[in-house]
Design a protein around this ligand. Structure first.
Ligand code: UDP
Ligand code: MG
Length: 150
């Protein structure tokens, strides 16, 4: 299964340690177009909703605390086979298990403070993109509004 977009977050730790530039460079060099991008600071309600699938797990409260601890950079990335290609670029959730050269291997501080989020499916990429960006805030490589399918 392939889709044309994925959604990413540069998490508070990586923002605070000024890794945004290095991470965006890796994203660009891997062939992704940044279709939308902005800074936001999540409320506890927004962070809980975003990670709803993990509610009740032992790491959930700590994750919400971390994700609301400072500004994050959110972005929509466009590329062929975007979801799978981006998960490969970021590496394993646990930086100890991530491949050398992946974003998480290079910039994660721990399994919780693991530098970036990447969508796990085309459906979730679309949901996450729609949660943060309106239709008039996303653009293709030619400067036209990005059409998301379906
Ligand atoms: N996480 C954590 N402890 C764990 C597993 C996950 O703090 O044992 C955090 C981590 O920040 C991770 C996020 O919860 O990125 C979502 O977990 P998921 O399993 O969905 O990993 P991902 O899809 O981000 O690789
Ligand atoms: Mg996940």
């Amino acid at each position: 299964m392939s889709g044309n977009i994925t959604f990413t977050i540069i998490k508070p730790g990586a923002v605070a340690h000024e890794h945004i530039g290095d991470i965006l460079k890796m994203i660009s060099e891997a062939g992704f177009w940044t279709a939308a991008m902005k800074y936001v600071k999540l409320s506890p309600g927004q962070a809980s909703y975003f990670y709803d699938v993990h509610r009740g797990k032992p790491f959930f409260d700590g994750l919400v605390d971390f994700m609301t601890s400072g500004p994050i950079l959110v972005a929509i990335l466009e590329r062929e086979n975007a979801v799978e290609a981006y998960r490969k670029l970021i590496g394993n959730t646990d930086p100890a298990k991530a491949e050398p050269g992946t974003i998480r291997k290079l910039f994660a501080e721990s399994i919780q403070r693991n530098a970036v989020h990447g969508s796990d499916s085309d459906i979730n990429a679309r949901k996450e993109a729609d949660f943060f960006f309106s239709k008039s805030e996303r653009f293709d490589r030619h400067g036209n509004f990005l059409e998301l399918v379906p």
